[in-house]
Design a binder for this molecule. Structure first.
Ligand code: PLP
Length: 440
């Protein structure tokens, strides 16, 4: 499937000589070369094939090179490549109309951005303007992006060296497997996490808090499915104190959990929904904020002090329209539900039962994490070097996964078939078996 005259060596060499990478010490990099991709598979220049159960950065929900999206981008490029955000544009209007149709009742407008970080940035700005307050509460176990406020709102280690924006406060979100609250079951974890959040709001001064920002299901932090009552409780706290609730659906949204939005699992809704990734599977960078009716109405007669040259870029918008139409007509979200909660979840559960190295398995739809431990009783995290070894072994067998700290995230595209799931699970089984045997 390659039509390039380039080869792995040339492309690797170009990269190492000229490309500066994200989140990395530049000298020690050995990036994998990818030449082409189709559906759930990618190839290098030698024709070596990999099953992509990482969805790259958990964004290719529709799989690679969906012909309908590729055609839509080509057609848009032929008619109008770019136009300023102040103009009315057909692709932008159609994209916004489709996104509003997928959101819960009560959402009325979409503000488009270039990706997830600047979408969070603008959701935070809207909440501050709307409430006249400044503080943003967000969870330690979270990632919200790599711009000023988005990285300061992030809870994980990437925040610490980048904390330039002010007005950010963090709290612990529920994570029963490693409870911060000494909880013995989900009910206790939920109640204690809500009491903790209430105390943080009170101590920070409720009148100073503009927004609570949460990933509906924290993704990079470990696919930490919150108890249903937790998100409902957060909604109640936000209402009680007049705080805007922002749910970051950048990773969990647009099919990943087997629903259009992850919050649909929780019988509640936020005031602002932040999206990116799956909205057009990253074929052209795009993100945005879906704005509920009251906040939207507020800006009818209040100036919104924010904007981007490429807000609602026609190529990205055409990709959104085609992606959402294809997902709808081809039942791609239903597929993520059926295959993800069926054979994929069943297979991962079996794998976790057979291999003590898997301390915990969590997931929904095509959004799963295997938490690896060297001691299942003490829950000692498997060292990162061992996780990388496992990742390498999986790659040698032709499987790409997303690894973070002591976890393997199994996050295939929403179009994954039962046969591909069987193939991926067989590789995971073989690698875990071989790895465990090598330790004896
Ligand atoms: N929010 C969440 C939940 C994410 O997972 C990410 C990226 O992984 C972002 C925001 C940032 O998105 P982007 O990298 O497109 O700016």
């Amino acid at each position: 499937p390659t039509s390039h005259s380039a080869d792995n060596r040339y492309v690797h060499g170009l990269d190492r000589q000229y490309v500066f990478h994200s989140w990395a010490q530049q000298g020690s990099l050995d990036p994998m070369v990818i030449a082409s991709a189709q559906g759930c598979r990618v190839w290098d220049y030698s024709g070596r094939e990999y099953l992509d159960f990482s969805s790259q950065l958990v964004n290719t929900n529709i799989g690679h090179q969906h012909p309908r999206v590729v055609n839509a981008i080509q057609a848009q490029a032929a008619s109008l490549c770019t136009i300023a955000p102040a103009h009315a544009n057909l692709a932008r209007g159609e994209a916004a109309k489709r996104i509003i149709a997928k959101a819960a009742d009560g959402f009325s407008k979409v503000f488009f951005t270039n990706a997830g970080a600047d979408a969070n940035e603008n959701a935070i700005r809207m909440a501050r303007l709307y409430t006249g307050r400044s503080k943003i509460l967000s969870a330690y176990r979270s990632y919200h992006g790599n711009t000023g406020s988005a990285i300061a709102a992030t809870g994980d280690w990437r925040r610490v060296p980048n904390e330039y924006a002010s007005g950010h406060v963090h709290f612990f979100n529920p994570y029963l497997y490693r409870s911060e609250f000494w909880a013995r079951d989900e009910k206790e974890e939920c109640e204690r996490a809500l009491t903790h959040l209430r105390r943080v709001i009170e101590c920070e001064g409720a009148n100073a808090v503009a927004a609570i920002l949460l990933e509906t299901i924290p993704g990079t932090a470990g696919v930490l499915l919150p108890p249903k009552a937790y998100l409902q409780g957060v909604r109640k706290l936000a209402d009680e104190f007049g705080i805007v609730l922002i749910l970051d659906e950048v990773m969990a949204g647009f099919g990943r959990t087997g629903r259009w939005f992850a919050f649909e699992h929780y019988d509640m809704a936020p005031d602002l929904i932040v999206f990116a990734k799956g909205v057009n599977s990253g074929y052209v960078p795009a993100g945005g904020v879906i704005i509920s009716e009251p906040i939207s109405r507020y800006f009818d007669d209040h100036f919104f002090v924010g904007g981007l040259t490429y807000s609602g870029h026609p190529l990205a918008m055409a990709a959104i329209v085609a992606t959402l139409d294809a997902m709808e007509e081809e039942g791609i979200v239903e597929n993520a539900d059926n295959v993800g909660n069926g054979p994929l979840a069943e297979g991962l559960k079996r794998l976790a039962e057979c291999h003590p190295i898997i301390g915990d398995w969590r997931g929904v739809g095509v959004f799963h994490a295997l938490e690896l431990v060297s001691d299942p009783v003490r829950k000692t995290p498997l060292p990162g070097t061992e996780v990388l070894k496992l990742k390498q072994l999986l790659m040698e067998q032709g499987l790409l996964v997303f690894t973070v700290e002591n976890r393997i995230h199994v996050v295939p595209p929403c179009i994954v078939t039962p046969e591909e799931v069987e193939e991926g699970l067989a590789i995971l089984e073989r690698v875990f078996e071989g790895y465990t045997a090598s330790l004896q």
